[in-house]
Ligand binder design. Structure first.
Ligand code: SF4
Ligand code: SF4
Ligand code: SF4
Length: 452
């Protein structure tokens, strides 16, 4: 059984918490991730190191070596700490309601996008659904003549807007970083360390440990827990909007060239000219791997692997040495369209069972993972449901979340999934090779599971 990177990332973060607990249990003195010590080696968090040197207005060799060690790690692995080690995303995953996470993710998604596009040599990408005789010209007109081209222009404008807002989002953590360093220099102590959620998590762990070991009940437990609650659950998007440690790691990762997500020629944009955006919408850092200037944002990559796991073509890898990767067809995990199995004729005659069976959970995951989030089906359906969002949830096996989304806006998915002529509506627009994504079958299977 293949374990998802989400599970592996959670297990890794838990392992570091357990190591801290083991240090407390056996009094090893190796401390925490924020302040680590082993024999003659003593390392502190890179942000804490700079803050302490600024506060003391002196060069501290141990702090400098800690900073150099983190720089080396960031140069080799990038912001891997944020994706795999930091306890803050783990706490979010453990304690926030799944629906809240979904709503947050929905907010960061782009609006349902353009129709699937086709590249014509030397011209702008144009929609396959364009009604004009010279579609490239139509798409470039100030007032496009058909709605398909107008959608393309709108989606391009949204992409621009989204890029600008991601730039503004980076400004937040950098401003907090500047404030943290300046305040340390002014007040003479590392101010941000008092409220750093990473440090607070370990401080809370230590305080709880003391409570159980020596019955030391102090106010610090409530204070640490209160600040953590505020930063993780009230400020919500702490990592993207505020975290100065993440901003510092991004700066230190600018020279990272190894283990970078790399798109092979199997990518649907390159191989088939389709407007696939799955990896861009899956990336929590808003990195657009398929865009020429995507390299400038690689320093933000946390190596979380969400893009690679979402790609319907398996076109994203993390090579040790950078470069364009070729994938053979044998490595291409793409599957064919599959709907529920037809009931045997004899059973159809003698029972009231449905003539077509329901997709299993693994079939739902496999079929939804074929969606490239082009949005063509959204426009083909008179109700314009956010089908790409359903598919994104189903590929993560979040069937309940997907079903709740299907049930929004007074829709009747349990009926649509069975009787709607989907092969002439949404599925007729789906450009995925190997047969359209079985949207109706997935809709029916998801809702049946939840309402059963
Ligand atoms: S580019 Fe891929 S690995 Fe990097 S942060 Fe985005 S989803 Fe994660
Ligand atoms: S998800 Fe895969 S196929 Fe789609 S744009 Fe990204 S790399 Fe290309
Ligand atoms: S189901 Fe098909 S048409 Fe709809 S967004 Fe996915 S790939 Fe595009």
């Amino acid at each position: 059984m293949k374990i998802s990177s989400k599970v592996l990332r959670s297990l890794t973060a838990i392992l570091f918490l357990l190591l801290t607990a083991a240090g407390l249990l056996w009094h090893t003195g190796w401390g925490t991730l924020s302040s680590f010590g082993w024999k003659d080696i003593a390392l502190i968090c890179p942000l804490g190191a700079i803050e302490v040197m600024l506060a003391e207005k002196t060069f501290i060799p141990q702090a400098f070596f800690g900073l150099a060690a983190v720089f080396l790690i960031c140069t080799i692995f990038g912001r891997i700490f944020c994706g795999w080690v930091c306890p803050v995303p783990l706490l979010k995953r453990l304690f926030r309601k799944r629906d809240e996470v979904r709503i947050d993710e929905q907010k960061t998604r782009e609006a349902p996008g353009a129709p699937h596009e086709e590249k014509t040599e030397g011209s702008a990408a144009v929609p396959l659904a364009c009604a004009q005789s010279s579609p490239a010209n139509c798409a470039m007109e100030a007032e496009p003549a058909c709605s398909a081209c107008a959608s393309v222009r709108k989606a391009h404008a949204e992409t621009e807007k989204s890029s600008r807002s991601s730039g503004a989002r980076n400004a937040g953590p950098l401003a907090v970083l500047a404030g943290a360093l300046a305040s340390s220099a002014v007040f003479g102590f590392p101010v941000f360390c008092l409220i750093c959620p990473v440090g607070l998590t370990f401080a809370l762990l230590i305080a709880l440990w003391r409570l159980f070991e020596v019955n030391d009940l102090s106010w610090s437990i409530a204070i640490f827990a209160g600040f953590l609650f505020l930063e993780i659950f009230v400020l919500r998007r702490w990592c993207g909007n505020f975290c100065p440690l993440g901003a510092l790691m991004t700066l230190l990762s600018r020279f990272n060239r190894t283990l970078r997500p790399t798109v092979s020629r199997a990518c649907l944009r390159e191989s088939k000219g389709l407007n696939c955006r799955v990896c861009a919408t899956a990336c929590p850092e808003g990195i657009r791997l398929t865009e020429p200037d995507g390299g400038s944002s690689h320093a933000h990559c946390t190596k979380c692997r969400r893009c690679a796991e979402s790609c319907p073509e398996g076109a994203i890898t993390f090579p040790l040495i950078p470069g364009k990767v070729e994938l053979s067809d044998a490595q291409n995990p793409r599957s064919q369209r599959r709907t529920g199995a037809a009931l045997e004729l004899e059973k159809r005659r003698t029972t009231f069972l449905p003539a077509v069976g329901t997709l299993t959970l693994s079939e739902m995951r496999e079929q939804s993972a074929r969606c490239i989030e082009c949005g063509a089906c959204v426009r083909a359906c008179p109700q314009h449901p956010d089908i790409p969002a359903w598919m994104a949830l189903l590929r993560e096996e979040r069937v309940r979340d997907a079903a709740l989304l299907m049930l929004e806006k007074g829709r009747l998915p349990e009926i649509c999934g069975r009787v709607c002529p989907s092969e002439r509506l949404c599925e007729s627009a789906c450009p995925v090779a190997g047969g359209a994504v079985p949207i109706a079958s997935l809709e029916r299977a998801a809702v049946e599971r939840v309402l059963a």
